[in-house]
Design a protein around this ligand. Structure first.
Ligand code: SF4
Length: 493
């Protein structure tokens, strides 16, 4: 049977965010931006969590078709399963008033039917309520009397000990009452969105804060193409509202901004003026204070982490950042050769044990340890103290020796127009040391490094294992070597 539906749960949510996004999705799908690797990794994680949550209600029957494009078949399967008195159905799918909605888990107990939607996040958001409302609407109008509807989400208080405890990993939160509040607006919203889809022209909606709220829209390649690569949207820490205030006045580039009013703060003003005048700002006195306070031997340290939603290792929480790799460059004296030490964990074991032992050995007992963004490395070292109290003395010593190389750039003691308002090492490095670049690397950022190693841990990694480990080492090594070169530049000043 060919089912007619115009909206699915996800296109309904898309339409609530932006009518133009819905229209483009329906009529110009090919214009959609490519899915970023990070998003793909989230999908994989979402699937893993969805399957785990099914274990809360074991023994169910899956109504989803083998082929995603035949999703409408799931409606017939669901009907049959309900008719056959199945009491636990995964991916139960319903269609009403042109809306197709699948619910992750549908359960019939002594009270009656209850629906459960699984989310990878750690709390219920406004969008999840709307999402649940459209499900509730579709299910009850398909003739199922729902007694309750809940969101199953990750419990971020859970700490794993030995075996994974599914009941503790998840929290089940009824959203029935909030959903009822939304229910009254659903039919009107469906009519509005159907009208959008049936229209013969693209809705005339301009870009705005809605492009990133609640989700990053995947049609920015279409709508944002008139925004220059470097624009008012790159002004550091300028509120979204203020950015669009400028945009509405037709201001797109930094040189169009009036720098005489009090619209920007001091740092933002520096960014804009530096761009307009093409000049760098260098506070030699502060830089000298910073560099003369450093004590040799100098260590340049960088960590990489994974943050699995489902805790894999003992004594870890959902989404906890766990160290799996470091790179350490060492300079004993200002004119001595640079030494390099590194660690990359075996993905089949808890990465922290060897990490901590080797790190303590490699860091020795004296000399400053430079990191870029101290909060991150310090936080991870404190986590390690909690897990390895036997090493707390050594790890505390390391924490006490940390110094933050980000400070001169964060405080704008050194700012060049090439930094484009950012003090991230990914901007600072090419501005100061143009011949050293991440561009030539296969793994260019921490997110990719993290997703790659996590895939190795989860057993979902596809590719050349040996080569990829080399690439991970290369990436992390550049992060710490970049600090060596950046500091050298500061000394030169
Ligand atoms: S980029 Fe913005 S304006 Fe364009 S479709 Fe997406 S949300 Fe709508």
């Amino acid at each position: 049977m060919k089912l007619k539906y115009k909206l699915s749960k996800s296109t309904f949510i898309r339409g609530l965010q932006c009518e133009k996004s819905l229209y483009l999705y329906k009529h110009f799908y090919r214009l959609k931006d490519p899915v970023p690797a990070e998003q793909k990794a989230k999908f994989v994680q979402g699937n893993i969590i969805g399957l785990l949550a099914q274990q809360l209600f074991p023994g169910g029957v899956d109504a989803s078709p083998n082929d995603y494009y035949k999703i409408a078949e799931a409606v017939e399967t669901t009907k049959k399963l309900i008719y056959n008195n199945e009491s636990i159905i995964y991916e139960a799918t319903f269609c009403f008033n042109g809306i197709l909605a699948a619910v992750d888990i549908l359960v019939k107990d002594d009270d009656g039917w209850k629906a459960y939607e699984v989310k990878s996040s750690t709390k219920v958001t406004e969008t999840y309520l709307k999402d649940a409302a459209i499900q509730y609407y579709t299910i009850i109008n398909s003739g199922i009397e729902l007694k309750d509807i809940s969101v199953i989400h990750i419990n971020n208080k859970y700490v794993r000990n030995n075996e994974l405890e599914i009941q503790k990993l998840f929290s089940i939160e009824s959203v029935h009452d909030q959903v009822l509040e939304y229910l009254t607006i659903i039919p009107n919203e469906i009519n509005r969105l159907n009208y959008v889809i049936d229209s013969d022209k693209v809705p005339g909606i301009d870009i705005g804060p809605h492009c990133n709220n609640p989700y990053d829209c995947d049609f920015k390649g279409v709508c944002w193409k008139h925004i220059p690569d470097y624009s008012i949207f790159d002004i550091s820490r300028l509120k979204t509202k203020k950015k669009f205030e400028l945009y509405k006045k037709g201001i797109l580039t930094l040189n169009q901004i009036d720098t005489d009013n009090n619209f920007l703060n001091k740092k933002q003003l520096l960014q804009v003026k530096s761009e307009i005048e093409g000049l760098s700002h260098i506070n030699k006195k502060e830089i000298k204070n910073f560099t003369s306070g450093l004590n040799y031997p100098l260590y340049f340290l960088d960590f990489e982490t994974i943050g699995p939603a489902v805790p894999i290792f003992e004594n870890t929480k959902p989404y906890q950042q766990i160290v799996f790799q470091y790179s350490l460059h060492i300079k004993k004296q200002s004119n001595s050769k640079i030494l390099h030490k590194e660690y990359l964990a075996d993905p089949t074991q808890d990465p922290r044990t060897m990490f901590v032992e080797q790190l303590i050995k490699d860091c020795n007992t004296y000399g400053d340890i430079l990191v870029y963004n101290i909060g991150f490395e310090r936080g991870k070292l404190n986590d390690l103290i909690e897990y390895f109290p036997q090493f707390s003395y050594e790890l505390r010593q390391i924490i006490g020796r940390l110094k933050d190389l980000m400070i001169p750039f964060q405080k704008r003691w050194y700012y060049t127009p090439q930094m484009k308002g950012s003090y991230s090492i990914k901007y600072v490095l090419p501005a100061l040391v143009p011949d050293l670049s991440y561009d030539t690397l296969n793994i260019k950022d921490g997110g990719t490094a993290s997703n790659t190693f996590l895939a190795m841990v989860n057993g979902t990694f596809e590719g050349d294992y040996g080569k990829t480990r080399e690439q991970l080492l290369e990436y992390c090594a550049l992060d710490s070597y970049a600090m060596v070169k950046i500091l050298q530049k500061l000394y030169e000043i």
